[in-house]
Design a protein around this ligand. Structure first.
Ligand SMILES: NC(=O)c1ccc[n+]([C@@H]2O[C@H](COP(=O)([O-])OP(=O)(O)OC[C@H]3O[C@@H](n4cnc5c(N)ncnc54)[C@H](OP(=O)(O)O)[C@@H]3O)[C@@H](O)[C@H]2O)c1
Length: 332
């Protein structure tokens, strides 16, 4: 089931939030993985890449405009992992084409998201599925990895980065949803990509299942303070999504409403439809990470909240970055 030879793994978007977790997970197993971080030319000098080199990685500059050159970079890779954003559609497509051309053994497209049905729930998921279809059209071996909602974005303010994604309780706050400490993605990925059982399959690699009310209660228990309970009904969220869809239809290049629509649709899927659970994942054909790797211990939501509240860990993400500006740049 588990490969013993050293695997050459190329990680695209290695400097991002997911990318860094995965790099750390892979670099922790030097006997198992020979790790290459693929950086855009303009990013290759970033301090984060120098740290990766010190930790044992090789950093290679890549040109996402040139499939031929990209394929040369991927030649000999057993596994290629994409940690690009779905917004980077053209670059993601070229990476798939290059991986196919290079004959890589397994491609991991950039999902690392919440479980939901493949089509028709939200546009961002449709984009991801389009990328997976592209792999399948050329029989590129693949593994999809979804992880649930990161703890890092799922807590109420001030314990999550702006813009707040989880400050409002949707409906009665009792819909179960799977979450994970972003730092646990890397160790999961290290297991999944070395495991023949996960080839051409989807894996749900989550930490634990919880509810919005439980998150609020845990934060209140850790801080000793009441957390405001702003709430929004399912009907109001539906109306908001319809409104945002109209704005985006009028101007599809408007980044603010597009991101707002995506975040509202994630919330609807997670808190109203209840898509992001192990049961739904099983129905949708995912393998369950807990069953595949029962010995892999993930950080509990309670411990994460206590460490954050006690100032024992840095829970901040996208530090020094303007996510909306990044998205605007990607569209140009
Ligand atoms: N489950 C959750 O709660 C959750 C939360 C957030 C994100 N996600 C998902 O995780 C995945 C990765 O997102 P992330 O937030 O980790 O990404 P991120 O931090 O924005 O990093 C993306 C990386 O892609 C590279 N990049 C940026 N623009 C590019 C371009 N035009 N062409 C090629 N490379 C480019 C950058 O690396 P260089 O500049 O170094 O080349 C960057 O570090 C996505 O699928 C995202 O939706 C999930």
């Amino acid at each position: 089931m588990v490969s013993c030879a050293t695997l050459r793994v190329v990680v695209a978007g290695a400097s991002g939030e997911t990318g860094q977790s995965i790099m750390k997970g892979l670099l922790a197993e030097p006997a198992q993985f020979n790790v290459v971080a693929l950086a855009r030319r303009k990013s290759a000098g970033k301090a984060v890449y120098q740290e990766m080199v010190r930790a044992g990685a090789t950093v290679e500059a890549a040109d996402y405009c040139d499939v031929e050159a990209l394929a040369a970079r991927l030649a000999g890779a057993d596994v290629v992992i994409s940690c690009l954003l779905p917004l980077q559609r053209v670059e993601s497509e070229r990476l798939i084409d290059a991986a196919h051309r290079a004959g890589v053994g397994r491609f991991v497209p950039s999902f690392f998201s919440m479980v939901m049905p493949p089509r028709g729930v939200m546009e961002v998921r449709d984009l991801r599925e389009d990328l997976l279809d592209r792999c399948k059209r050329v029989y590129l071996p693949y593994t999809v990895i979804d992880v649930g909602l990161w703890y890092q974005v799922g807590l109420p303010s001030p314990y999550a980065p702006p813009p707040p994604l989880a400050d409002t309780i949707i409906g009665d706050g009792e819909t179960p949803t799977a979450m994970i400490d972003k730092d646990d993605i890397g160790p999961y990925v290290a297991r999944i990509i070395a495991d023949s059982r996960t080839l051409n399959r989807s894996v749900f690699a989550y930490g634990e299942v919880t509810t919005q009310n439980t998150i609020w209660a845990e934060v209140e228990a850790a801080t000793g303070k009441e957390v405001p309970r702003d709430s929004l009904s399912a009907a109001d969220l539906e109306a908001r999504i319809a409104e945002l869809r109209s704005s985006v239809a009028v101007d599809p290049t408007s980044v603010g409403p597009t991101l707002d629509l995506a975040m509202s649709q994630y919330r609807y899927s997670r808190c109203v439809r209840g898509d992001n659970t192990p049961d739904r994942a099983q129905y949708l054909g995912y393998l369950d990470g807990k069953m595949l790797y029962p010995d892999l211990n993930c950080k509990s939501l309670r411990d994460f909240i206590r460490e954050v509240v006690d100032g024992k860990r840095d829970h901040r993400i996208y530090v020094g970055r303007d996510v909306v500006a990044d998205a605007t740049q990607h569209r140009n």
